[in-house]
Design a protein around this ligand. Structure first.
Ligand code: GLU
Length: 473
C-alpha cells in the first residue's frame, strides 16, 4: 500500500532536489544546509468571529537566509499545513535564485477558507496574523517580505502594510515590508498580471527554439498553439488573456472549482470571466461544451497544458492520460515527482514552477526597489528620452525631406512609463533565466528533465552565496 501512495508535496520537492544534487558537484554538508528550512514559525491565535472565538492556525516559514530579506507569498486555504508551507518556502529560494532576485525563500499560510468569512472578518484575521509576525520579528523590508498567493491579493497586502506601519511608525522604508500592494498604496503597475505575463514570456521563449520544438512535434511560435488552463484565478486568467491577445494562441479548455469547459474554436478569456461573474460559474459558456468532470481539463488534446491552481494535480494515476506536448507549471507543485517521471518517459516537456511562475516575485522585487527608492520607475528619464527621440526624428525628417504623421511620431518617441519598464524588465528576466536553464541541460548530458536543470542552475547560485559568506570554506 505504502508503495503505491503518492508522496507528499514536501517529499516531492525533496526527491526533485536529491535527483539534481549529484549533478552539482557540491559537498553533502552544503547541500544539506541548502535543503532544510531555516526557521519555521507555527502560530495559533484567537479571532472573534460573530459571538464566538475561533483559534486560527497559521505559519510563516523562512527556508533560506543566504540572502535577505526572505520573500514569498501568504496563502489562505483550508489545506494549509506546515509541510505545505515548507515545500512552498523551499521553492521560493530556488525561484529567486533562478531569476536573479536577491532574496532568500519564504512562505506563509493561514488555514482558512476565505469564502467562509466576511471582508471584515478577513481583515481582522489578516491584521492579527501580521501582528504575530511583527511580534516575532518575522516581517520587515530587510527581514521577510510577504506577497499575495493562493487566496490572497492586493487587498490583504494593504491591510498588512497598514498594520505594519501602525506598529513601526517612522520607519522610512516601511512600504517595502510587503509587495503586491494596490498601486495607490505604494504598489507597482503590472504586479497583478505579473505571474501570468511571466508565463507568457517564458512560453514565447521556449517555443522559439526550432530543434526543441521539432522533438516535441511542434512548430515554433505561440500563434495558433492550443492551450488548456486549470484555474481561472489571478495566474490562470492573466496567462490565458495574454497568450490569447498577444501570442495569438487558442484557449481550448478551462477548469475552475465548479467544473470545466471545452471549445475547439477557442474560449474568449475576458468574456469567460464576465460570464463567471454574472452567473457564478464558468459552465454553460456560449460556444463551449461542459466537460463531465473538472479534472478532464488535464487530459484534453492540446499543445500546452497550464495547471494554474494548486499542487499535486498531475499524479501517478492521471499522468499517463496527459496529451499535451508541454506542461507549464504556472501553479507551485502541480506535477508530483512520480508524475514527472511518467511525463518525461512520454516525451512531454515539463516546464518547472520555480522558473515559469517566477514573474510574480520578479515584479515584487521591482516593487520593493521602488519602495526603497521612494520613486516610481521612469520618473527621471521619461521626458529626457522623449525629447532626445523627438530631436532625432526631426533630424531624420530634415535630412530626408520626409515627414511622418503625428501618431507614428508619438509611437517612436515615447519615453518609458513604469508599466513599460516593468514589462521589459520581466521579459528580459524570463528570457535570460530560460537561456541559463537550457544551457545547463545542454552542458550536463545526463540531466533528463528541465526541472533537474533548473534545480542545478539554482543550486549553483545559492551555493556560491554560501561559499562567498565563508560559511563553507
Ligand atoms: N506567491 C508568489 C509565488 O509563489 C509570489 C511571491 C512574491 O511575490 O514574493 O511566487
Amino acid at each position: 500500500m505504502a508503495k503505491t501512495r503518492e508522496v507528499s508535496f514536501l517529499d516531492s520537492v525533496s526527491q526533485n532536489f536529491d535527483k539534481a544534487a549529484p549533478h552539482t558537484g557540491l559537498p553533502d554538508g552544503l547541500l544539506q544546509q541548502i535543503k532544510v528550512c531555516n526557521s519555521v514559525y507555527q502560530m495559533r491565535f484567537p479571532v472573534k468571529i460573530g459571538s464566538e472565538y475561533q483559534v486560527i492556525e497559521a505559519y510563516r516559514v523562512q527556508h533560506s537566509h543566504h540572502r535577505l530579506p526572505t520573500k514569498g507569498g501568504i496563502r489562505y486555504s483550508q489545506k494549509v499545513d506546515q509541510e505545505e508551507v515548507m515545500a512552498l518556502a523551499s521553492l521560493m529560494t530556488y525561484k529567486c535564485a533562478l531569476v536573479d532576485v536577491p532574496f532568500g525563500g519564504a512562505k506563509g499560510g493561514v488555514k482558512i477558507s476565505p469564502r467562509d468569512y466576511t471582508t471584515a472578518q478577513l481583515q481582522k484575521i489578516t491584521r492579527r496574523y501580521t501582528t504575530e509576525l511583527i511580534r516575532k520579528n518575522f516581517i520587515g523590508p530587510g527581514i521577510d517580505v510577504p506577497a499575495p498567493d493562493y487566496g490572497t491579493g492586493s487587498r490583504e497586502m494593504a491591510w498588512i502594510l497598514d498594520t505594519y506601519q501602525t506598529f513601526k511608525g517612522g520607519e522610512i522604508d516601511s512600504a517595502g515590508c510587503v509587495t503586491g500592494k494596490p498601486v495607490s498604496q505604494n504598489g507597482i503597475q503590472g504586479r497583478t498580471e505579473a505571474t501570468g505575463r511571466g508565463v507568457y514570456y517564458a512560453l514565447k521563449e521556449i517555443v522559439s527554439y526550432k530543434d526543441d520544438m521539432a522533438k516535441l512535434g511542434l512548430t515554433t511560435g505561440m500563434e495558433g498553439k492550443t492551450i488548456a488552463i486549470q484555474g481561472l484565478g489571478n495566474v490562470g486568467y492573466h496567462t490565458g488573456v495574454i497568450c490569447q491577445e498577444e501570442g495569438g494562441a487558442t484557449i481550448v479548455s478551462v477548469a475552475e472549482y465548479e467544473g470545466a469547459i471545452y471549445s475547439k474554436n477557442g474560449i474568449d478569456m475576458k468574456k469567460l470571466l464576465k460570464h463567471r461573474k454574472s452567473t457564478g460559474s464558468i459552465l454553460n459558456f456560449p460556444g463551449a461544451k461542459n466537460l463531465k468532470q473538472r479534472k478532464e481539463v488535464l487530459e484534453v488534446d492540446c499543445d500546452i497544458l497550464i495547471p494554474a491552481a494548486l499542487e499535486n494535480q498531475i499524479r501517478k494515476d492521471n499522468a499517463k492520460n496527459v496529451k499535451a506536448k508541454i506542461v507549464a507549471e504556472a501553479a507551485n507543485g502541480p506535477v508530483t515527482a512520480d508524475a514527472q517521471n511518467i511525463l518525461t518517459k512520454k516525451g512531454i516537456m515539463v516546464v518547472p514552477d520555480m522558473y515559469i511562475n517566477a514573474g510574480g516575485v520578479t515584479v515584487s522585487y521591482f516593487e520593493w526597489l521602488k519602495n526603497l527608492s521612494h520613486m516610481r520607475f521612469g520618473r527621471m528619464e521619461k521626458r529626457f528620452d522623449q525629447n532626445t527621440y523627438n530631436n532625432l526624428v526631426s533630424l531624420v525628417e530634415r535630412l530626408t525631406g520626409h515627414t511622418i504623421g503625428k501618431k507614428e511620431r508619438s509611437l517612436i518617441t515615447k519615453g518609458a512609463d513604469e508599466i513599460d519598464l516593468v514589462r521589459s524588465g520581466l521579459e528580459e528576466t524570463m528570457i535570460t533565466a530560460y537561456q541559463q536553464i537550457r544551457e545547463t541541460s545542454k552542458r550536463k548530458k545526463k540531466i533528463e528533465d528541465m526541472r533537474t536543470a533548473a534545480f542545478v542552475s539554482a543550486l549553483g547560485k545559492v551555493s556560491s552565496d554560501y561559499l562567498n559568506l565563508g560559511i563553507f570554506p
